[in-house]
Design a protein around this ligand. Structure first.
Ligand code: TYD
Ligand code: MG
Length: 455
């Protein structure tokens, strides 16, 4: 039982799934030619075979005997990041911060210790020299006496130093550049990434030091990385947004110590990332001149209502087949909504190109956005602008009916606060209390919506 043995397994370098034999196409993610071979040690001595939370025995405990003290949290000096984490970073937790290159991961993670100088931080970088980090810190306008910069990529050395330094917070930039000498493959490979994360998790759990691990992710997700780590780490924060745009959205997609689907908005400025405490005002660009093809949605992400702009462009298809493209919105959902418009309301969009864009580089999953998408498409199609003080919150069903959405009252209140005068919702929406300062227009289906807006 105590003996160990070595066996060969195959990993898909795209999704990280493990197989016992080589395959041309990964059954899990469908990618071709992504298999890489790796030797693993199995048995009790194998790395990662055991992992437990410090201070906890290896015996099952009756649930009623488990003490429930509040988790110990450390504030990171950024109200928005603290909120995303559920009130600060939990001691001994491993947080993965993923995002495309250039989106601002290094900037944000360096900004945290600079804005919270009393925290002793160990910032490990495998991507930049200490000089480069210093230059960035100068640009961010911060001096932190307690922030140690360590340019190193060998996990053995890093963990040794970390134990000596015993910081309050450790940041590792990035998982793709680190390597463990015990694993026989290059930095950035699936096996290295997994092992680096596992080592950091062990370190965090045994020392109680919170660790922020940065991981690059590409648009297509082709580089093995954060995706395969999501189940290992405690929290996953993901940076989204167009690199060219000023706004960046940090979203919590997994959190063992708090709620998920919360988001925080940042603006990239010349001196680092600025928190946008009230996203409504930032995400709605000035739209005084009535342009057709835009509609404002009152949406809810996580627990926070805010308003943002949906843009659509409908034009005659130049080539035989019409194009449908959506940025920040599920293109299948767009196709579904267009089919509903065609079948249930008689709009002939089959020969039209339809482009949809969520302003601010946001990725939208709230179904309440359907109504604004439909309105933006119709507005562009008729070339009729929507009044600037009108917003929408409703889900659209397959038979063209408009369905109520969650927390409609909070959306209406937020819309009123930002200055909107009318909000369109489903006829079936129930308000305990009539929202103040905004007219609620109830519509049952798409024909009723068209009558109300495009007479
Ligand atoms: P960076 O944080 O290095 O991104 P990542 O670590 O995710 O790859 O860089 C973000 C981008 O932001 C980079 O193109 C430079 C720019 N930037 C600013 O506009 N202002 C600043 O103060 C800083 C530090 C960077
Ligand atoms: Mg970086």
């Amino acid at each position: 039982m105590a003996s160990t043995k070595t066996k060969t397994v195959w990993f898909c370098s795209h999704c990280g799934n493990e197989y016992s034999k080589w395959l041309g196409r990964c059954p899990a993610c469908g990618e071709w030619n992504t298999f890489v071979e790796k030797e693993v040690v199995t048995g009790p001595a194998g790395k990662g075979a055991r992992m437990s939370v410090p201070g906890e025995g290896r015996k099952p405990l009756p649930l009623k005997d488990v003490s429930t003290t509040q988790e110990d949290r450390v504030s990171l000096g950024s109200a928005e990041v603290d909120r995303l984490l559920g009130g600060g970073i939990v001691k001994g937790s491993l947080v993965l911060m993923g995002g495309e290159p250039g989106i601002g991961k290094s900037t944000l993670s360096l900004q945290l210790p600079l804005h919270r100088p009393e925290l002793k931080t160990l910032y490990v970088t495998g991507e930049e020299s200490v000089k480069q980090v210093k230059m960035r810190a100068d640009r961010l306008g911060g001096v932190a006496d307690n922030c140690l910069i360590f340019s190193e990529t060998d996990m053995g050395t890093i963990l040794e130093e970390a134990e000596k330094v015993a910081p309050d917070l450790m940041i590792v930039d990035s998982v793709q550049t680190m390597y463990c000498a015990a694993v026989d493959s290059t930095a950035g490979s699936v096996s290295q990434i997994k092992e680096v994360a596992a080592e950091l998790l062990r370190f965090a759990k045994s020392s109680g030091i919170p660790v922020i691990l940065i991981g690059h992710i590409t648009k297509e997700g082709t580089i093995a990385g954060p995706k395969i780590l999501e189940h290992i780490v405690d929290v996953v924060l993901q940076f989204e947004g167009e690199n060219r745009g000023a706004y960046r959205v940090l979203r919590s997609i997994k959190n063992r110590f708090g709620s998920t689907s919360e988001l925080a908005v940042f603006e990239m400025t010349g001196t680092g990332l600025r928190e946008v405490a009230n996203p409504s005002e930032m995400l709605i660009p000035m739209h005084e001149a009535g342009l057709s093809g835009t509609a404002i949605s009152a949406m809810l992400d996580g627990n926070r209502p805010f308003l943002f702009e949906v843009q659509a462009l409908v034009s005659s298809a130049v080539y035989g087949t019409a194009q449908r493209s959506a940025t920040g919105f599920d293109v299948r959902r767009l196709n579904m909504l267009l089919a509903v418009l065609e079948r249930r309301a008689g709009f002939k969009l089959g020969q039209k190109d339809v482009f949809l864009n969520m302003a601010g580089g946001l990725r939208i999953t709230d179904p309440a956005c359907d109504l604004a998408v439909i309105v933006a498409v119709l507005s562009s199609n008729f070339d009729m602008p929507i009044p600037a003080d009108v917003c929408f919150a409703g889900e659209v069903g397959l038979s063209g009916e408009i369905r109520p959405v969650s927390q409609a009252a909070r959306r209406a209140v937020e819309a009123a606060r930002v200055g909107f005068k009318r909000i369109f919702v489903s006829s079936y929406t129930h308000f305990d209390q009539k929202p103040q300062g905004i007219e609620v227009v109830k519509v049952a289906d798409i024909p009723a919506l068209v009558r109300a807006l495009f007479k």
